[in-house]
Design a protein around this ligand. Structure first.
Ligand code: ADP
Ligand code: MG
Length: 208
C-alpha cells in the first residue's frame, strides 16, 4: 500500500512539474521519440549522454547550435521533460517570449520578481535565441538572469546563429561578451549540422 501511495504521489509531482514547465503537453518531445541515428554532429557522444541529465546535476549549461530543423528544440525539450520526470523543475520559453516578458516587467516595475521566477527552475530552456534582437535594458536583464543562474542552475539555449554573431542579438558588444562568458563557462556547446528533419521526407520524395 505504501509503495502504491508513494508511486501515485510521484506521478502527481511529475504531472505538476510538467504543467509548470510550459513544455508541450500533446506529443511531447522526448529522448525516446528522438532518432539519434539521424544526427550529424561532431558532438555525438555528448548528445548520446544527454539522457543521463549530467548537465543539470553538475549545473552545466548547454548550447545547441545549428541550422533549422536539425533537432535542437527537440533535444532541449527532451532534456526538460526528463528533468521533470526526475522530480526537477524545468521551464521552457522562446527567446521572443522572454523579450516580451522583460518588456512587460519593466513597464510594470516588476523586474525583480520576473527574474526571480526565471532563476528558480533547475533547467531553463531559452529557445531560438538567434532570431532575437534586444534593446539595451532587456539585454541587461538577460545578463542578470544568466549571472544569477551561473554555476547554480543549468541553462539551455538553442540558436541557429554562430556565437561570434551574438553582438547582433544583444546590441552592446560589452553585454554580449559578458553574457557569453558566463553562459559558456562550464558549458557544453553542441553543434548539429545536416539537412532539416522537417523537409527530409519531401526532399526524399522529390529525388525518387
Ligand atoms: P530545430 O529546433 O533544430 O529547428 P526541431 O527540434 O524543431 O528543429 O525539429 C524539427 C522537427 O523535426 C520536430 O518535429 C522534431 O521533433 C523533428 N526531429 C528533428 N530531428 C529529429 C530526430 N533526429 N528524430 C526525430 N525527430 C526529429
Ligand atoms: Mg527550434
Amino acid at each position: 500500500v505504501f509503495s502504491y501511495i508513494s508511486e501515485k504521489k510521484q506521478q502527481t509531482t511529475v504531472q505538476t512539474l510538467l504543467k509548470l514547465s510550459r513544455l508541450p503537453k500533446k506529443e511531447p518531445k522526448t529522448f525516446e521519440n528522438f532518432d539519434f541515428s539521424m544526427l550529424k554532429s561532431r558532438d555525438l557522444d555528448r548528445i548520446r549522454a544527454l539522457p543521463s541529465l549530467g548537465a543539470v546535476y553538475s549545473h552545466r549549461n548547454l548550447a545547441f547550435i545549428g541550422p533549422p530543423g536539425t533537432g535542437k528544440t527537440h533535444l532541449a525539450q527532451a532534456f526538460g521533460y526528463a528533468c521533470c520526470q526526475h522530480g526537477m523543475r524545468a521551464y521552457f520559453i522562446k527567446a521572443s517570449e522572454l523579450r516580451d516578458r522583460f518588456t512587460a516587467a519593466r513597464r510594470a516595475g516588476k523586474t525583480d520578481s520576473c527574474l526571480k521566477s526565471l532563476v528558480r527552475p533547475s533547467c531553463l530552456i531559452i529557445d531560438e535565441i538567434g532570431y532575437l534582437n534586444l534593446d539595451k535594458e532587456s539585454a541587461n536583464l538577460f545578463f542578470q538572469l544568466i549571472s544569477l543562474r551561473y554555476e547554480t542552475k543549468s541553462t539551455i539555449i538553442t540558436t541557429n546563429k554562430n556565437l561570434s554573431k551574438w553582438t547582433e542579438i544583444f546590441c552592446d558588444p560589452v553585454i554580449a561578451n559578458a553574457i557569453l562568458d558566463r553562459l559558456l563557462h562550464h558549458s557544453h556547446v553542441i553543434n548539429i549540422v545536416g539537412p532539416s528533419y522537417r523537409t527530409k521526407d519531401v526532399l526524399e520524395n522529390l529525388e525518387e
